[in-house]
Design a protein around this ligand. Structure first.
Ligand code: FCB
Length: 456
């Protein structure tokens, strides 16, 4: 099948996040984040890896922007490290932190690449976490103040804004299960983190607009939830699960309400008033897609709880994840399900209809344990196949009439993959962590050709 034509103005992009690439954790007045703390605790991250050096993007951003330019992308999605801008989470702004992103943004503009900035890609200032982090309410105002500082400095050049990245992952892994920073295992007591992230998002959106910024959305992780069988119990379990991982986040943003009353009632503070802020209209909605989930009713065993991404699920849940069978998996063990991307955007179009702003795929990608470069080449056909298949599935969704305006590959380079450390490689560009040398993989060259053809 020939590769489909995307709309002429379709945005081709690549993505990254501050803690995963920057390194330089003690430079230019940066404060500590929860990920500095978490990675310093023994046993938290595979191999004891930390983001202290990462890909050294803080010092090598010019080289990385040159790679993006040669790739031909129209936009680069990066995140701003809150603890660089406001080292204590609240109070004084660190001008040197803003200066770094100012240089990065200028470099991107000079390369003809639209800067697309995420404000919070998981690196909460440790000082705010010490006061409860996203479980408490005060953080939402500090987040809005941080958004103002960034918006005032960069709003004239940044072309897309995403206050949050994947609040579901912060809630589930950071606060409910504890396999990500800040490593809390609160179970359902983590629900306030949902409400406060969403409220922070609404306030930050308003703060950015007040600072003159436009084109504001979110990057939110979504995927279909498939019942393990047709049995009523499994179907109900899958519905419960999709409510918790999908609609709990998007309904408040796009409809101004929680998907079910019990969840609204579980949230702290003046929820009805907060929902008006949370549903501040967005200019776009960014979907990060990786995989579907299969869920069944909890089985009545006394055996150990299921493990998800290294975290033990709390006992007594009404559902349990089951393996996704019948698909190849990446080297990270994630099933490769391109039609799940089409299904994801379709389920958004069906649920929200005219309330749905234009969609972007703000992340899509795969980890394969690529070989080291030989003569400057890294053959990674599996990654090419992955993006090829996901883009074809996306093209079908667009042909169905769904307004999807861009695709950001995760990630431009290999980087620090959170609890999995450096062993997982998502990049189009290989990083040699001993020398920090960058080597474009075959997938980079494939993307380059694709973008060239689509644009030409
Ligand atoms: C997403 C994160 C991103 C990256 C990819 C693989 O959940 O947003 O930082 O780690 O997964």
């Amino acid at each position: 099948q020939p590769f489909p034509d995307f709309p002429a103005d379709f945005l081709w992009g690549a993505a990254s996040a501050a803690y995963q690439v920057e390194g330089a954790v003690d430079e230019d007045g940066r404060g500590r984040s929860v990920w500095d703390t978490f990675t310093a605790e023994p046993g938290r991250v595979a191999g004891g890896d930390t983001g202290a050096v990462a890909t050294d993007h803080y010092h090598r951003y010019r080289e990385d922007v040159a790679l993006l330019r040669d790739l031909g992308v129209g936009a680069y999605r990066f995140s701003i490290a809150w603890p660089r801008i406001v080292p204590d989470g609240k109070g004084a702004v660190n001008v040197k932190g803003l200066d770094f992103y100012d240089r990065l943004v200028d470099e991107l503009c000079a390369a003809g690449i639209a800067p697309a900035a995420t404000l919070f890609h998981w690196d909460t200032p440790q000082a705010l976490e010490d006061d409860g982090g996203w479980i408490g309410r005060d953080i939402v105002h500090h987040f809005a103040d941080y958004a103002t500082a960034v918006g005032e400095r960069l709003g004239d050049r940044v072309r897309m804004w995403m206050p949050l990245n994947e609040p579901v992952v912060v809630t589930m892994f950071g606060y409910a299960l504890g396999n990500h920073a800040p490593g809390r295992a609160l179970g359902f007591e983590a629900l306030p983190a949902v409400h406060h992230q969403l409220l922070g998002h609404g306030l930050a959106t308003q703060a950015l607009r007040a600072a003159g910024c436009s084109n504001i959305g979110i990057a939110s992780n979504h995927g279909p939830v498939w019942p393990a069988s047709d049995a009523d119990a499994d179907v109900t379990a899958a519905e419960t699960y999709t409510t918790l991982v999908n609609w709990l986040f998007s309904d408040p943003l796009l409809r101004g309400r929680y998907p079910v009353d019990e969840l609204a009632e579980a949230m702290p503070g003046p929820v009805a008033e907060d929902l008006k802020v949370i549903s501040t209209p967005l200019d776009f909605f960014g979907v990060n897609y990786y995989q579907p989930t299969v869920v069944g009713a909890a089985s009545a065993t006394d055996g150990p709880s299921p493990v998800v991404e290294g975290a033990l699920l709390p006992p007594g849940l009404p559902f349990e994840p089951r393996p996704v069978v019948g698909y190849q998996t990446t080297d990270f063990g994630w099933p490769v399900v391109p039609e799940g991307l089409r299904e994801t955007v379709s389920m958004f179009a069906d649920r929200y209809r005219e309330d749905l702003p234009p969609l972007y795929i703000t992340e899509s990608g795969c980890s394969y344990h690529d070989p080291d470069p030989v003569d400057g080449r890294v053959p990674d056909q599996a990654r090419i196949d992955y993006h090829d298949a996901h883009l074809r599935a996306l093209a079908e969704a667009i042909a169905d009439g769904i307004d999807v305006r861009g695709y950001f590959a995760w990630s431009i380079t290999d980087n620090f993959e959170w609890a999995a450390g450096y062993a997982e490689r998502f990049g189009l560009v290989h990083i040699d962590y001993a020398t920090l040398k960058r080597t474009p993989k075959d997938s980079y060259h494939w993307f380059q050709e694709l973008i060239g053809k689509q644009a030409g």
